[in-house]
Design a protein around this ligand. Structure first.
Ligand code: GAL
Length: 682
């Protein structure tokens, strides 16, 4: 059967996450028709429905899913089906308790919520392939099924790593394939330190349970291994979906600010990435990062902060793409896949969009009026093709009864529903996000940075976010990219925390510096690919490009500060200050007072600037100066006011709960204004 794909959409499309298995069948038709009437096009289903698909071992019950799919199709909706592996049924655990994941504390995580599986378990992999094939054979060519989501939120519930016997033996095989000999591994990890040298593969433990901190190189390889386990687990599903469901897209729904695995690696076999956007809950991240301004968490408690959400949109928009070294995924992509592949391919989806209160943050304030509309518009402006709300109706059972949906528990519309009903999606046409600035981000740098932060409050995300926030606060669109991607076409490339440096990456950045201005933050190139520091010290392979080497670093206790003077203006560094010994570079600003007095804090070498101190005002000043010099005109915006461009439209947003006047334009509280170029205030 040939899939009957609709034409490419010309504007934002909407969807919803629905759970027909949670409500009596006599409501399905009414709900499906109401979803269609609300203007929704897609419905995502079945990610936790394994116990209904296969109630007993090998006994499938498709009748309900056949009927649900038929009902959605009859109402004119298109279906995104999920593989149900995030919730293995009780009978499977009873038969094979060895598939349960093991936590860092060595305890087995038991049945009773979700994600209770270990991707290294060969037994679970077999069942994952079996249920995926059974589903794909039944629905893969169903005309209403337009795409697939694999599993659900890899890593949720601290499951990105498992410390099980299956993981241990797979980790040893993985290390053997990577290093060939234990001597090579000992050298790469520096195991002569504390007599950690291994003579056989069987001597190597998992990096949990040791008396104190394990070797960071050991921990780094375990994180790489664990990412590969998730990637290959998913690839097994994707291979089956490609075979049985041609012409359909395959995606996965990631989480915001989640660093538990290498999302670039895991995304290699996908058509595009999706993520689950919960702006008020995700704002909690800011509170956790002591580096970020704590007032943000309160001032934006009812909307989330635009840059916290925007960062993740930009991250996932750039998630799928070819890296310079090529990927490791063995599954061929189906180029005919998506009804939604547009010119700006591959795009991204917000698979779960908050549309009311969440239930999982420490406190869960009611979103402001207008927040759902604002979130939807912002997602579109940052490149989302589809925004799909979580969930249709608030659950009346189990863990998530305190979570909202578009409908209230009693089935009547909640405020989010009204806002979706009022949306005019024709005002959000598709197009490119015209970013002239790239921000580099990678999970390996994140891991090695956060393993040894060295100063209370230092955190990879917080440092990266501080730079992103400056870029957004001066009205710029930003592409977030892996450092090994094609970096052509950008005026300015910002790498806030590129801690891990390899020779290939250094050459790649040297090439990029021929056409773009590069800005590096503290701790750049502090580590090699195996997690050691370079023999010549920071900046190792990047020394020639930077024209300097590290002199000293200072880790500041909470409440301490280090003054930095730039062009007569004084800034205060907190948490971290590192100084440099120029060798070709010139000094733009110096430390004043304290043990770094008179030493270089910001240096420049040709097209390359390095900022060694963590100070938001210093970062803003240096970035604005570089941006202006590179012809990217920064426009300072008030806090909470943001500009995002897509195609011919500029979305002017006010995330504040009060009205703001900007450039003579009155912006109501919590509001989004799609403007044509000519309407944007100068
Ligand atoms: C996500 C998840 C959903 C639901 C939601 C609640 O993590 O994918 O199934 O639990 O959070 O906000």
């Amino acid at each position: 059967m040939t899939p009957s794909h609709p034409p490419h959409p010309s504007h934002l499309e909407l969807g919803v996450c629905d759970y027909p298995e949670h409500v009596p069948q006599d409501r399905w038709q009414t709900y499906a028709e109401a979803q269609k009437a609300l203007g929704l096009r897609f419905v995502r289903i079945a990610e936790f429905a394994w116990s209904r698909m296969e109630p007993r071992p090998g006994e499938y019950d498709w009748a309900w899913l056949d009927e649900a799919t038929r009902t959605y199709a009859a109402a004119g909706l298109e279906v995104v089906l999920c593989t149900p592996t995030a919730a293995p049924p009780a009978w499977l655990i009873e038969r094979h308790p060895e598939i349960l994941p093991v936590g860092r504390d060595g305890r087995v995580k038991t049945f009773g919520s979700r994600r209770h599986y270990d991707p290294s378990s060969p037994v679970f992999r077999e069942h994952s392939r079996r249920i995926t094939r059974a589903m794909a054979e039944r629905y893969g060519q169903h005309p209403a099924v337009v795409g697939w989501q694999t599993d659900n939120e890899f890593g949720w519930g601290d499951t990105a790593q498992s410390y099980s016997p299956a993981a241990l033996s797979a980790f040893r095989r993985w290390l053997e394939a990577r290093y060939g000999t234990t001597q090579a591994l000992n050298e790469a990890w520096g195991n002569v330190f504390w007599s950690m040298e291994y003579g056989t593969w069987d001597q190597i433990p998992l990096p949990n349970g040791a008396v104190a901190e394990v070797n960071p190189s050991h921990a780094l390889d375990f994180l790489r291994f664990s990412s590969d386990q998730i990637a290959t687990f998913q690839e097994e599903q994707v291979a089956i979906l490609r075979e049985c469901s041609p012409g359909r897209f395959v995606t996965h729904n990631y989480m915001g600010f989640f660093g538990g695995f290498d999302h670039y690696r895991v995304s290699e076999c996908l058509d595009f990435a999706s993520w689950d956007s919960y702006p008020t809950g995700t704002l909690e991240a800011v509170r956790e990062w002591k580096l970020a301004d704590p007032r943000l968490a309160l001032d934006f408690a009812r909307t989330g902060h635009p840059d916290v959400t925007g960062f993740n949109h930009d991250l996932y928009r750039g998630m799928v793409g070819r890296s310079v070294g090529g990927g490791q995924c063995s599954v061929e992509k189906d180029r005919t896949h998506s009804p939604l592949t547009t010119d700006h391919s591959p795009g991204f989806w917000v698979m779960e969009q908050q549309c009311g209160q969440v239930n999982w943050a420490p406190s869960n304030p009611l979103p402001a009026r207008g927040a759902v509309e604002l979130w939807t518009a912002q997602a579109w402006a940052h490149g989302a093709d589809v925004v799909s709300y979580f969930r249709w109706r608030a659950a009346t059972m189990a863990q998530e009864v305190l979570h909202s949906g578009l409908l209230r528990h009693g089935g009547r519309p909640d405020r989010g529903y009204e806002e979706v009903a009022a949306l005019d999606t024709a005002r959000f046409p598709n197009g490119e996000v015209p970013a002239r600035v790239a921000l580099l981000h990678d999970y390996e740098s994140l891991w090695v940075y956060n393993m040894q932060p060295h100063a209370e409050g230092m955190n990879y995300w917080a440092q990266t976010f501080a730079y992103y926030r400056v870029l957004r606060s001066v009205g710029l669109d930003v592409d977030i990219l892996h450092p090994d991607r094609d970096l052509g076409g950008y005026a300015v490339i910002v790498a806030p925390a590129l801690t891990l440096m390899t020779p290939e990456r250094a050459r790649h950045l040297e090439a990029a510096a021929r056409h773009s201005h590069l800005i590096f933050g503290p701790r750049t190139a502090f580590r090699t690919g195996s997690g050691r520091t370079p023999e010549e010290g920071q900046f190792g392979e990047l020394s020639g490009l930077v024209g300097a080497s590290l002199l000293r670093y200072d880790s500041l206790c909470a409440g301490m500060g280090q003054e930095v003077v730039a062009g007569g203006v004084s800034h205060l560094a907190r948490h971290w200050a590192e100084s440099y010994e120029p060798d070709g570079a010139h000094t733009l600003s110096r430390y004043r007072g304290g043990p770094l007095d008179g030493e270089s804090a910001v240096i420049r070498h040709g097209n390359v600037t390095v900022i060694g101190a963590h100070s938001e005002t210093l970062i803003a000043e240096v970035l604005e100066e570089v941006l202006s010099g590179a012809g990217v005109q920064p426009t300072r915006l008030p806090e909470g006011v943001r500009l995002s461009r897509r195609g011919e439209v500029t979305l002017l947003q006010n995330w504040n709960s009060h009205a703001v006047t900007w450039q003579g334009q009155e912006l109501g509280p919590v509001s989004a204004h799609p403007l044509r170029r000519s309407e944007v205030p100068a």
